[in-house]
Design a protein around this ligand. Structure first.
Ligand code: AMP
Length: 526
């Protein structure tokens, strides 16, 4: 286990990388590239601004999409001793406003590319925002509470490289789907990220010749891996344009990627589209997946398409900082679940399978809930002691996070992922609490009984919302419009089905499996 006091803070590692490789490409866009020195200079300008103008809150919003602001902005926030709160420009304003209020944001960095959207969405005149103009020679100009300043104002870069930071200070605050209809905040401190980055530098080494994908949105914590693991090793972060991800094989070949990191859904889609021909990506050295179960057939196709790459299945919830377990796929085994194991916990972390009561630690071969412990765990949900109490527990003098994942250890000590014990699902890698969608539908319709199920079509996965059909017909359009107003696109049901009565089990509980069967029959016979 890495001794906490021996861990080099990741910002020091980044600083050292800038000194070692000042002219190496750090962030490459389609139309330009920043080397490490330039990236640091911009980040220090942002930090200089924040040091003077954002003294009141530890959290700074980041409203941008794969632009200069995204990367120099995030680093600048960290160099200023603050934590970033990604505000996904694709989210509806209601959800963004919940996040802005919960995080107590008073300053938001806005990318030039998202300025117009911010203007339409933002109903917070008290939140000031700083714009990054990549076309302006000086890099930065201020926009004070929505009013443009007449002249470009530049800011004194932070004099010494950064402010003093405590290991317990947050790096980022992310919001994930919550069962009660409100997104749940998870703040991850420096000490956790230091552990992850140290592990990744040792186990997933990169050099300044490596070129890494940047597919994850900043609101997904796997983007922290992209940003920090790449930039703490002198490699180049290769930024796609939004449309490029529709043609991922060109992104890999034309942009000469050597490291790929995506959710398995994207990997699987590429397989279905015939983009994983044997030997297609000879330059790839690392192929990483995380965020949902990795089908063996997908891992296999990738290992053939990129014969010189390690194929790695990372596992971990946001609550345990990016990822905390790893399995390296070598193509020499099969598992009856059809998915690649999640492997073993990192050496400094612990993962154990408990019975569902949380009393007995189970032996290999027995299914139970996966509990996690170790220095990458968050301390709880942001300002939410009630939800925290249920998931973050103490046992035998240790802090644990109850994942809600069903797992089993095999005879080799590898953990196998077997699904969920609750209503959390993954759709295209996005974490969704079904309860959050049902909450919006109940509020919108005034009707209590809703069941949302994930339906697998031949092409993709769809959310179908089912309700009991009373005499008065339901206004489906209003329900879907209300969903659109408060939920991200991937959480909006594709269809609403009315059925005479929702099946219930012997205890009178809603029988979700039976509802899914009804949905399947409905669409097959339609
Ligand atoms: P998130 O907080 O969005 O990263 O979601 C965490 C959840 O994603 C975990 O609790 C699992 O249910 C699922 N997950 C993450 N990685 C894997 C993996 N490699 N295999 C199976 N499920 C995974």
């Amino acid at each position: 286990m890495l001794q906490k006091n021996l861990l080099v803070p990741f910002l020091d590692v980044f600083d050292q990388t800038v000194r070692s490789f000042p002219n190496a490409p750090a962030v490459e866009f389609v139309d330009g590239c920043l080397d490490y020195q330039q990236l640091m200079a911009l980040a220090l300008q942002v930090a200089g601004y924040l040091k003077v103008h954002a003294t009141d809150s530890p959290y700074i919003g980041l409203f941008s999409s794969r632009s200069l602001m995204t990367y120099a902005g995030a680093l600048g926030i960290l160099l200023a001793g603050k934590a970033y709160v990604p505000l996904n420009p694709g989210f509806p304003s209601e959800r963004l406003n919940v996040i802005i209020n919960k995080a107590g944001l008073t300053t938001v960095l806005v990318g030039k590319e998202t300025e117009k959207v911010w203007g339409i969405l933002n109903s917070h005149p008290s939140v000031s925002h700083l714009l990054f103009d990549s076309t302006a020679a000086q890099g930065l100009f201020a926009n004070d509470n929505g009013k443009h300043l007449s002249a470009i104002e530049t800011f004194e870069p932070l004099a010494e490289n950064r402010c003093s930071i405590q290991p317990s200070d947050p790096v980022y605050l992310l919001f994930t789907s919550g069962t009660t209809g409100q997104p749940k905040g998870i703040a991850i401190p420096h000490q956790n990220v230091n552990e992850y980055v140290a592990w990744a530098r040792s186990e997933l080494p990169l050099t300044h010749q490596d070129r890494c994908s940047q597919i994850f949105e900043m609101s997904f914590d796997l983007s922290v891996h992209d940003l920090l693991v790449t930039l703490c090793q002198g490699a180049c972060l290769v930024i796609p344009r939004d449309g490029d991800l529709l043609f991922p094989s060109q992104y890999i070949t034309k942009r000469r990627l050597t490291a790929w990191f995506s959710v398995p859904s994207m990997g699987s889609q590429m397989k279905q589209l015939g983009l994983l021909k044997p030997g297609a990506y000879p330059k790839l050295r690392q192929v990483l997946f995380c965020g949902e179960a990795l089908p063996i057939a997908v891992a296999d196709a990738w290992s053939k398409a990129s014969p010189d790459a390690r194929i790695l299945n990372l596992y971990g919830p946001t609550e345990a900082t990016i990822a905390m377990a790893l399995y390296e796929y070598r193509g020499d085994k099969q598992w009856s679940s059809g998915v690649v194991p999640i492997g073993k916990a990192f050496p400094h972390m612990e993962a154990e399978v408990f019975d569902t009561e949380g009393k007995v630690q189970l032996k290999p071969g027995h299914e139970g809930e996966l509990w996690l412990s170790g220095p990458q765990l968050a301390s709880g949900y942001f300002l939410d002691p009630v939800t925290s109490k249920a998931a973050f527990v103490q046992l035998n003098g240790k802090d644990w996070y109850r994942t809600g994942d069903l797992a089993m250890r095999d005879a080799q000590g590898d953990l196998l992922f077997l699904g969920r014990i609750d209503q959390q699902i993954k759709i295209r890698g996005y974490r969704v609490e079904i309860g959050e969608i049902e909450h919006v539908l109940r509020k919108s319709s005034g009707r209590d009984v809703w069941v949302v199920v994930l339906y697998q079509t031949i092409r993709d996965e769809q959310l179908i919302a089912v309700h009991e059909n009373f005499t008065e017909p339901l206004d489906n359009v209003k329900c879907l419009t209300d969903c659109e107003a408060s939920l991200p696109t991937y959480m909006i049901p594709s269809a609403i089905l009315s059925i005479p009565s929702i099946p219930r089990n012997a205890n009178g509980k809603l029988d979700r499996k039976a509802v899914l069967e009804l949905v399947k029959n409905h669409f097959v016979t339609e």
